[in-house]
Write a protein that binds this ligand. Structure first.
Ligand code: PRT
Ligand code: ZN
Length: 283
């Protein structure tokens, strides 16, 4: 049995549960209890505060945990990252009041910076050779400058609207973060095997999300051009159409190149282009 810790409630909860579901793992009960067993996979889910997850994984109370990389680095525990999960994206940044003139990191010298991320911030300032006073607080960091508690802040940012509404501007990005699957370093062979099975499922879900299945018709004289755009998993599937000189092509296209590829396909006389989401993809 593999024990996985996820956030009990908060920004990572929904996506963590969704990921387990997409991996075909069904839980017996909701997050009202501290833990829930899956009935179709040897895994037990612990619902915890995100700040506690690195310690639990480090101690082996949980074997693995889904947590923001920002929290993992702040807690500075010796645990591995097995997978970058691509949700809960944000950045840890330093911000100062809008009216303050800011030219370079040198301007932080001697300032008082409020944060809940003192470990990461201290490390960053050391690396940059900047001496500043770190004022650790437990929440509502963004109001610290306006109440005279600090000259600057270091906090998580996603849309930037919290900074904006508090009259602050982002001046340095310390870290780009996302949710990660963290793993205890001393898993037994049995647990490692379950983890490998889970990773195979996670990978197939994530790969599927990054790709689309594409079907189209094209005149045969354009096939070479079209193949150069659509490498597919091995190579594209081509089926002749009843109409002389035409073929139907099936392939897989990466989400990042998607619109680019579609535009070029049209230039190569492709017609009847159909795009279908992929549920799982094992390469
Ligand atoms: O109760 P528990 O301790 O488990 O939860 P929490 O309140 O400590 O954490 P939670 O749920 O707020 O965040 C969990 C994780 O989500 C964080 O550790 C990050 O990895 C990730 N994440 C992604 C964020 C954000 N985006 C985010 N925007 N965490 C916090 N914020 C906050 C930020 O602190 C600031 O107050 O949102 C505000 C800024 O957002 P914008 O959109 O206005 O820029
Ligand atoms: Zn927390």
């Amino acid at each position: 049995m593999l024990k996985i810790a996820i956030q009990k409630s908060g920004r990572l909860y929904e996506d963590s549960i969704k990921l387990l579901k997409e991996c075909g793992i069904e839980l017996n009960n909701g997050n009202k209890q501290l833990k829930a067993a899956a009935f179709n996979f040897p895994i037990e889910v612990y619902f915890l505060r995100d700040d506690d997850i690195p310690q639990y994984v480090y101690d082996g109370v949980a074997d693995i945990g889904i947590v923001g990389e920002n929290v993992l680095l702040e807690k500075n525990k010796n645990i591995d990252i097995a997978y970058r999960l691509g949700f809960g994206r944000c950045r840890l940044s330093i911000a100062v009041p809008k009216a303050v003139q800011y030219n370079s990191i040198e301007d932080l010298r001697g300032l008082k910076i409020a944060t809940t991320y003192s470990t990461i911030l201290q490390q960053y300032l050391n690396d940059k050779n900047i001496e500043a006073e770190i004022h650790e607080i437990s929440g509502s960091v963004e109001i610290a400058p306006s109440i005279g508690l600090a000259d600057a802040i270091c906090d998580l940012v996603s849309s930037g609207s919290t900074l904006f509404t508090n009259g602050l501007k982002e001046v340095e990005v310390i870290l780009q973060s996302e949710a990660v699957l963290s793993v205890n370093k001393n898993l037994t062979t049995e647990k490692r095997l379950i983890l490998d099975k889970l990773l195979l499922r996670i990978n197939s879900v994530k790969t599927a999300k990054n790709n689309k299945y594409i079907l189209l018709n094209a005149p045969n004289h354009q096939l070479k051009n079209i193949f150069s755009l659509l490498p597919g998993m091995k190579s594209p599937t081509v089926v002749p159409l009843v109409e002389e000189g035409w073929s139907s092509i099936q392939s897989v296209v990466n989400e990042n190149d998607f619109w680019d590829v579609i535009e070029k396909l049209k230039q190569f006389e492709a017609e009847g282009i159909i795009v279908i989401p992929i549920e799982k993809m094992i390469v």
